[in-house]
Design a protein around this ligand. Sequence first.
Ligand code: ADP
Length: 271
Amino acid sequence: KGPDPGIALVKQRLCDVKNKLMVLSGKGGVGKSTTTSLLARMFAHMNQEQNFGVLDIDICGPSQPRVFGVLGEQVHQSGSGWSPVFIEDNLSLMSIGFLLGSPDDAVIWRGPKKNGMIRQFLSEVDWGQLDYLVIDTPPGTSDEHLSATTYLAGTDGSWGTVLVTTPQEVSLLDVRKQITFCKKMKVPIVGIIENMSTFVCPKCTVESIIFPNSTSANSTEEMCTEMNVKFLGKLPLDPRLARCCDEGKDFLTEFKTSPTVIAIKNIILEI
Ligand code: ADP
């Protein structure tokens, strides 16, 4: 059996995409999709003259169409491939969510079919020139990650992953496994983001730790040092962010001066 012909197709299609950033998490619900959207929006806000894309390969739970407020949009196919949906002038999105009949449809596919869809997503979307393509993935390490890793490793330009975790030991344990996966697969790790680190009560302004870690208050930073990966920063828990994601609103514009926006800006500068 020769090499997967998809590798050459993806390489050709993504030749104008300078950087590819896969966002991973060990567990579901830690804020991977939210972080993906914040990173992409902040990239686009901070670099108006460059273009950015988001690819949602969370085949069983695509949430980006909702988060970006474009649920129900249709993607069109032209001679040069699938056209992504534009969120802003310099930010476009492609998600399996656009191809499902209704948001309630479930995708129940086995490995080879998932691999085929990821190959199609990576080789047939007409992104044009992009500075960054930010890729949202399912939680854990599964078929989708293996496929994406194989294809991205064959592309020109740079690529790597950002891992998202909460400070809780259950989440950190899974992130450790993912770091090991990345090292084994020779996937460059750009760094780790800790989400839902603290919560500032809007009424009394006292800062609380929501997910206490029994071992240390700086558990994520310590794990990063121990595993020799870069710590990119912390995002606080902010109910306004959850609401914006549910309603498909741009948190960055609505809450420009919030600690979350400042934190995500600093994280972008670290990437
Ligand atoms: P994942 O992609 O890891 O499964 P999501 O990004 O879908 O997680 O987040 C899970 C839930 O938590 C969503 O309802 C989201 O709006 C919320 N959420 C994520 N991060 C934050 C945060 N920093 N502050 C408030 N809510 C958050």
